[in-house]
Write a protein that binds this ligand. Structure first.
Ligand code: SF4
Length: 316
C-alpha cells in the first residue's frame, strides 16, 4: 500500500530510512511491491522542451545536455523497440528484476496536447508486459489543468505513477541566471494544482548552483518539506560539455562543488525533509566524456557512504 502523505514518528520513521540513513526510493518500492525487484526503464517520448524550441527560450537551461540523462538506455525509435532494448539491458545488469517503471525523463514529457500525450502514454500500461508504473519528467510550465487531469487518469490506471518536476533553485535570480525560463511561483502553482488532482509528485533540485547562497540546503529542504511532494531528487551541480556553462566554467567564472562540500550540503537538505519524503536520487552523474567537473560522482558507493556518515553526524 502506498504510504499516504503525513508525518510518521518513532520507530516507524527510523525503520524507513534503510541502509543509506535516508528514506530511499528503493524502500518505497519494497513497500509498494513486496518481494519484487522493480527497476526504472528509461524511454524517450519524442517531445522537445519549450526552453529549447523557442517557445520560452532557444538556449535551454544553461547546464542542460540531454545526453547526460541516461544515454546508455534511451534510444530513439518506437516505444516497443525502446522498451525491449531497455528491458534486456536491465536484465543483463541486474540479477533479479520482476517489473519495470516506464520512465520518461528526457526533455519535457508533457510538452504536447492531451491528444498527443494519449497517443504515447496510453499504450504503455497495456502494451508492455511487466510494466508496473510510469514516471514522467516535465517542467512546471508544461502542466496545464487538462494535462494534469490526464495524468490523474494515468495514476488511476497504474499501480504507481509519478510526475517529476524541476524546481532546481528556490531563488528567482538563480533560475534567471541558469535560464530556467520559469520562476519559483510557477513551480509552486504547478505543485498545488497537481496535488489537487491527487497526483504523486517528485521534485527535482540542484545543490551547488552559482549564487544560491550558503543556506541553500536549509532553505530548499524547508520549502520541500512544506509541499505535497512525496519524492525528491537532489542533484549535485556539475558542468557538462556542449552547455553554455561549459564556457563559463572554462573561463573560471563558475565553479562546481567538490565532493566533501556537496555531501555536507546534501545531508543538511535531507535533515530538513519530512520522514515520509523518499529520496529518488541524491547524486547525479554523467558519462565521463561529457562531464567537465565533478568526476568524483563516478564513485557512487563512496559518495553514498560519505553521505550516510554526514547524515548520522547531523542526527547526532
Ligand atoms: S527543462 Fe530540461 S530539457 Fe528543457 S532545457 Fe531545461 S534541463 Fe533541458
Amino acid at each position: 500500500m502506498i504510504r499516504p502523505l503525513g508525518r510518521i514518528t518513532g520507530t516507524t520513521a527510523s525503520a524507513q530510512r534503510g541502509p543509506w540513513a535516508y528514506p530511499s526510493y528503493r524502500e518505497f518500492l519494497a513497500q509498494r511491491f513486496p518481494g519484487q525487484h522493480i527497476r526504472k526503464l528509461c524511454l524517450h517520448a519524442g517531445f522537445t522542451c519549450p526552453n529549447i524550441d523557442g517557445s520560452v527560450s532557444r538556449g535551454g537551461c544553461s547546464y542542460c545536455n540531454n545526453e547526460g540523462f541516461a544515454p546508455q538506455l534511451v534510444s530513439a525509435g518506437n516505444l516497443q523497440r525502446q522498451w525491449d532494448r531497455g528491458r534486456d539491458a536491465l536484465r543483463r545488469r541486474h540479477r533479479r528484476v520482476h517489473g519495470f517503471i516506464a520512465y520518461f525523463q528526457s526533455f519535457s514529457g508533457t510538452y504536447a496536447s492531451v491528444e498527443q500525450l494519449r497517443q504515447i502514454y496510453d499504450q504503455v500500461p497495456g502494451a508492455f508486459d511487466e510494466c508496473v508504473g510510469m514516471s514522467i519528467g516535465t517542467r512546471p510550465d508544461c502542466v496545464p489543468d487538462p494535462v494534469l487531469a490526464y495524468c490523474a487518469e494515468l495514476s488511476q490506471r497504474l499501480p504507481h505513477f509519478t510526475l517529476e518536476m524541476g524546481l532546481q533553485s528556490d531563488r528567482d535570480e538563480v533560475l534567471r541566471a541558469i535560464n530556467r525560463g520559469h520562476d519559483v511561483d510557477c513551480f509552486l502553482d504547478a505543485v498545488a494544482r497537481a496535488a489537487a488532482h491527487k497526483i504523486s509528485l517528485c521534485a527535482h533540485v540542484i545543490l551547488g548552483l552559482p549564487h544560491e547562497g550558503d543556506d541553500a540546503p536549509e532553505r530548499l529542504g524547508r520549502l520541500l518539506a512544506g509541499l505535497p511532494v512525496q519524492f525528491i531528487k537532489i542533484h549535485n551541480f556539475h558542468v557538462m560539455a556542449g552547455t553554455p556553462l561549459e564556457r563559463a566554467f572554462e573561463r573560471g567564472v563558475v565553479s562546481a562543488p567538490e565532493r566533501a562540500r556537496y555531501v555536507t550540503m546534501a545531508a543538511r537538505l535531507i535533515a530538513e525533509l519530512r520522514p515520509d519524503q523518499y529520496l529518488q536520487r541524491v547524486l547525479a552523474d554523467a558519462p565521463a566524456h561529457i562531464l567537465r567537473s565533478g568526476a568524483w560522482c563516478h564513485d557512487k558507493q563512496g559518495v553514498l557512504s560519505d553521505l550516510r556518515q554526514a547524515i548520522e553526524f547531523i542526527d547526532g
